[in-house]
Structure formats: C-alpha cells, structure tokens
Design a protein around this ligand. Structure first.
Ligand code: F6P
Length: 348
C-alpha cells in the first residue's frame, strides 16, 4: 500500500494558509541537539532533515548544540546523512552543556553565525536548559521551535519527552536482573535512578518493576521506621526488598541512597547498592521513542513552515500540539496521582 507523502501539507493547503507564500519566507533551517542526550533524538533529527528536505528546505545540522552555534559548527544535511540512525541512541549531531551560551558575548556570536549561514529557523531538541536557550534565541528574533527530549520527563505541558520510555525500559531490565540475585540471597537492594529533581523515572520504574519501596525527591522519610519495615517484609515471606531511589531524593541533608544504605545495612538481610547512572541514557530507542521523535521532528518543521516561533512540540492525549516554550519550562509536570496512590498497596 502506498501512503500519500504529503497528506499533512495538502491539509494545510486546503485551509486558509497560503503555503507557497510560507515557503518563500522560510528557506533554510537548522537543527541541534543539546544537554543530556536522550534515546530517540536521532529519530527526531532524521524527521527534521527528511521532512524539511521534502518541503523544499535546506537543512543544516549544528554539531554540539549551543556550543556549535557559537563555534560555527554547521553542516549541510542530506537524506543520506541521516540514513540508519533511527535505531541508535545518543545523537549523531553530538551534544554539549554550553554555559558560554548564557553569556551575552556567546549568544551574540551564535546569532552572527546563524545570520551568516542564512538560517531562517532553528529546531532545538533537548531538555530544560536547552529550552531556556531556545527562549533566548526567540527573544533575539530567531524563529525557533523546541522539542522536549530528556529521560527525566521533567518538562511541563507534554505527556512525554523523547527518551523517557527507553530509559524506563532500561531500568526495568536492570531491576529484573537485580531481583534474581536479590531473591537468591534474600537481600535488600537500593537501585538509584536518574531524573534530577523529578521523580518520574523512580515512580514509574518502581511500580512497573514491582519495587517494595520507592523514594522520591521532596518526600518526607522516617528513617527510624525503615529498618523495621524491611525486617517485617522478609518475615512476611518477601524473598527480596527492592528500593528504587530517585537521585534527587535527600534525607537529612544526605543523598537518600547513602542514608538508606546505612539503615537497611543494619538489618539481618544486608543491603547492596546499584547506581544505574548513564546506562539509563544509552541504548537503542524503543518503538515509542522512535515514533515520538519522528512525530515531534515533523511537527517542528510544520510549525516553522507556518511561520511560528517560541513554541515547543508537546504530546497531549496522543495528539501533537504546539505550546509556548516559556509555559513548558515554568510549569514542571506533576507525577500522576493514580500511579502515586498505587505504589504502596502494590508493593505488599
Ligand atoms: O537530564 C538528564 C540527566 O541524565 C539527569 O537524569 C542527570 O541528573 C544528568 O542528566 C546527568 O548529567 P551529566 O551527563 O552531565 O552528568
């Protein structure tokens, strides 16, 4: 079956927008990935490049995110340049955390480079810091569309960011393996997961992986009750006691992982600690992240073609919409109350 390649643009053409006129306004776009990489970024880059080319645009990639904007690392992309990348983690454009873009001098150089290359619009793929950078570009008069990509799922206004699903599955794979050895030894395990100050990964991995306890950032913890709780669980017949700890959780000014290891280590069952770390950021993206990255990338191109700027692609109830980037970064998402409520009864 052949699928018409430009349904979407036909739809735009049928509405009141004079698409030909738009094309004369936007001729050349750039795409960059910035901040912590997230599996699915490549799918998004691929969609921006191929969908942009299909719309008649010149597409440039900027290497190393905002640092590349400043250091003039532009490279023209063609269809082949993104061949075979959809299944790979990381980002072919490479990424960086670029504090120099926070300085006015750095931003000025970046703007000069964008203008020298004749770039009419930029797609910024990244997390919270990257989206703040996009706000700066927009304020300086550059047309920019942000795409949320961060395993932390800490960006507001969207149900999901690129990379979250793959990271969750990586965590689950590790948890399942740890459970095998924990059960064999009747041990407790602390598994620390990423997420910065947000508990999305910890909560969802904890529930999906059948953890006995989940420790989230900003959650009050009564350390004195924990030793008893662990001993009681083993006496009830639990063959293991798995605690998923969010990296951003603290207890009495220490990381929760440290504080809990000390207390659970006092039990007769002992404790082992696994900090999953950057393993969570790598690997081949899941189908979900490939599709999400692809849809976000194509939507970002559409928004630029429509003359939009200052928007972030967002997923809401299965649909892709554009919301102001400023709104997305100023209202971090809440953890879903249903999942929060289920965490305790399901751990019994
Ligand atoms: O934001 C993604 C993330 O992986 C966080 O979960 C983590 O705290 C941070 O990046 C680690 O950053 P870096 O790779 O710079 O050490």
């Amino acid at each position: 079956m052949s699928i018409p390649s430009h349904n979407r643009r036909n739809k735009i053409a049928e509405s009141v927008i004079d698409y030909t006129d738009m094309r004369t306004k936007i001729k050349r776009i750039a795409v960059l990935t910035s901040g912590g990489d997230a599996p699915g970024m490549n799918a998004c880059v691929r969609a921006v490049v191929r969908d942009g080319l299909a719309a008649g645009l010149d597409v440039y990639g900027v290497r190393r995110g905002y640092a590349g904007l400043i250091n003039n690392e532009f490279v023209e992309m063609d269809s082949r340049s993104v061949g075979g990348i959809i299944r790979h983690g990381g980002t072919i454009l490479m990424t960086a955390r670029a504090p120099e873009f926070c300085d006015e001098a750095g931003r000025k150089t970046a703007l000069e480079n964008l203008s020298a290359w004749g770039i009419d619009g930029v797609v910024v793929i990244g997390g919270d810091g990257s989206l703040h950078g996009a706000i700066e570009l927009d304020a300086a008069g550059v047309k920019v569309i942000g795409v949320p990509a961060s395993i932390d799922n800490d960006i507001g206004g969207t149900d999901m960011s690129i990379g979250v699903d793959t990271a969750l599955n990586t965590i689950l794979d590790a948890m399942d393996k740890i459970k095998d050895t924990a059960t064999a030894h009747q041990r407790s395990f602390l598994i620390e997961v990423m997420g910065r100050r947000h508990g999305y990964l910890a909560l969802n991995a904890g529930v999906a992986g059948g953890a006995e306890m989940i420790i989230l950032p900003n959650q009050p913890i009564d350390l004195s009750a924990i030793e008893k709780e662990v001993n009681a669980a083993f006496r009830r017949g639990k063959p293991h006691f798995i605690v998923v700890v969010a990296e951003g959780a603290e207890i009495d000014g220490r990381t929760a992982t440290h504080a809990l290891a000390e207390v659970i280590g006092q039990t007769e069952y002992g404790v082992r600690v696994t900090v999953l770390g950057h393993v969570q950021r790598g690997g081949s993206p899941t189908a979900y992240d490939r599709i999400l990255g692809t849809r976000f990338g194509a939507a970002a191109v559409d928004m630029l073609l429509d003359g939009k700027t200052g928007l972030m692609t967002a997923m809401r109830g299965g649909e892709i919409i554009g919301i102001p980037i400023s709104e997305a970064v100023s209202s971090p998402p809440h953890l879903h109350p249903d999942i929060l409520r289920l965490a305790e009864p399901l751990s019994m």
